[in-house]
Design a protein around this ligand. Structure first.
Ligand code: NAD
Ligand code: DAU
Length: 354
């Protein structure tokens, strides 16, 4: 069946990877609604800007009038909702935008979707899907011996970012339980890969290592994250869209827990190998800095439900994924120049000066 999908936040890291992959499917048309905050970058989608089955609309998910008009005009059979403020450190410095977009924006999108969906024929109503992209951070922090998060782990969000995503997950859930809207939620672990804004650990470390700058590791560097290559996440989302059970949530992860310092060392070695050598090994650029306030110690995902019920599992190993990623950043100088000017420089100066 031909599908028209509205993607929100498609100019960001994961959304643009998702669009680039799925626009290659002839049966899919995509409308990308994105506000283009500092994190949104149309350069990511340059290669498909004039594609006949792709359309970009600049706008805010909280703008109900605009969302209403887009739904009426494009009559989508699915919405894939990525749009969010996504950086934990920014949420600590200024939580307001996180509540505005992640909570109020998601609510506005759901309300307009509900109004649109109610008017559809019974057949179209049944076929309609709203996929909400969420995070493992809603589950809080694990101790070293705790089992990984499952779909039934109690929510315990610790940062304003995590709390705003947890709130949105609850509202999404309620729209299924109360109104019968076919929502599905994915809670995913840390992604890495092309087009990630270099405020996040992996691209920041690649770019600093390349230029011989200090590599700011928070605290003791022993915080653990579960890393997943972005294309695997996008495939998990497409699988949930195609075969997921409405009302269900699916944990997505890489079965790949690693302490931050190990990630940074791996990046240093790869940059040493792929780029011009410095006087000293790049590992020596590591600088331990003040810890993130309320820094969650460990995340780990039990992704067996999506594997068992929908047949998804990650394809990329960390070794191959991180190699491709380092190579991509070193090869895409123009993209890097573009995103590391202006407000990016200001963020780096403010955040790492104390
Ligand atoms: P990102 O910050 O790279 O991109 C977010 C995009 O949303 C940007 O293009 C931005 O312009 C857009 N946006 C922000 N506010 C908007 C608004 N009010 N209206 C319309 N567009 C708006 O984020 P990302 O890393 O691609 O994450 C995408 C989603 O996946 C988020 O919901 C995030 O919580 C979730 N997630 C991310 C990760 C990760 O590791 N990056 C892991 C799990 C889940
Ligand atoms: O777990 C999923 C989440 O992963 C997503 O929901 C978020 O949107 C995404 O930003 C990411 O959150 P993290 O806080 O885990 O990612 P970040 O890249 O900011 O940090 C990863 C780890 O590295 C974390 O323990 C903090 C540490 N860190 C980060 C930066 C930016 C450093 O040690 N130094 C740094 O300069």
């Amino acid at each position: 069946m031909a599908k028209k999908i509205i993607v929100t936040g498609g100019a960001g890291f994961i959304g643009s990877n998702f669009i680039l992959k799925h626009i290659t499917d002839d049966s899919i048309s995509i409308v990308n609604l994105d506000k283009l905050t500092y994190a949104g970058n149309l350069r990511n989608l340059e290669s498909i800007a004039d594609h006949p089955r792709y359309k970009f609309v600049r706008g805010d998910i909280a703008d109900r009038e605009l969302v209403r008009q887009l739904l009426r005009e494009h009559k989508p059979s699915a919405i894939v909702h990525f749009a969010a403020e996504s950086h934990v450190d920014r949420s600590i410095r200024g939580p307001e935008d996180f509540i505005k977009t992640n909570v109020n924006g998601t609510f506005a999108l759901l309300e307009e979707t509900r109004a649109y969906w109610t008017e559809l024929s019974q057949e179209d109503r049944q076929a309609f899907r709203f996929v909400h992209i969420s995070t493992d951070e809603v589950f809080g922090s694990l101790g070293p011996a705790d089992s990984p998060f499952s779909e039934t782990t109690q929510y315990a969000p610790n940062s304003p970012y995590a709390a705003s995503k947890a709130a949105s997950d609850h509202v999404v859930r309620a729209y299924h339980h109360t109104y019968g809207l076919s929502v599905l939620t994915t809670n995913c672990s840390n992604n890495y890969g092309p087009f990630q804004f270099p405020e996040k650990l992996i691209p920041l470390m690649i770019l600093n290592a390349r230029s011989g700058k200090a590599l700011p590791v928070y605290g003791d560097g022993k915080n653990v994250r579960d890393w997943l290559y972005v294309e695997d996440h996008c495939e998990a989302i497409a699988t949930v869209l195609r075969r997921g059970q409405p009302g269900e949530t699916y944990n997505v992860g890489g079965w790949n827990e690693k302490p931050n310092l190990e990630i940074v060392h791996t990046i240093c070695d790869l940059v040493d190998e792929m780029s011009s050598r410095l006087q000293k090994p790049r590992r020596e650029l590591v600088t331990f800095v003040k810890d993130r306030t309320g820094h969650d110690r460990r995340y780990a995902m039990n992704a067996s439900k999506i594997e068992r019920e929908l047949g998804w599992k990650p394809k990329e190993t960390f070794e191959s994924g991180i190699r491709k990623t380092v190579h991509w950043y070193l090869e895409h100088e123009n993209w890097v120049q573009d995103v590391t000017s202006g407000s990016y420089r200001q963020w780096i100066e403010t955040h790492y000066s104390a």
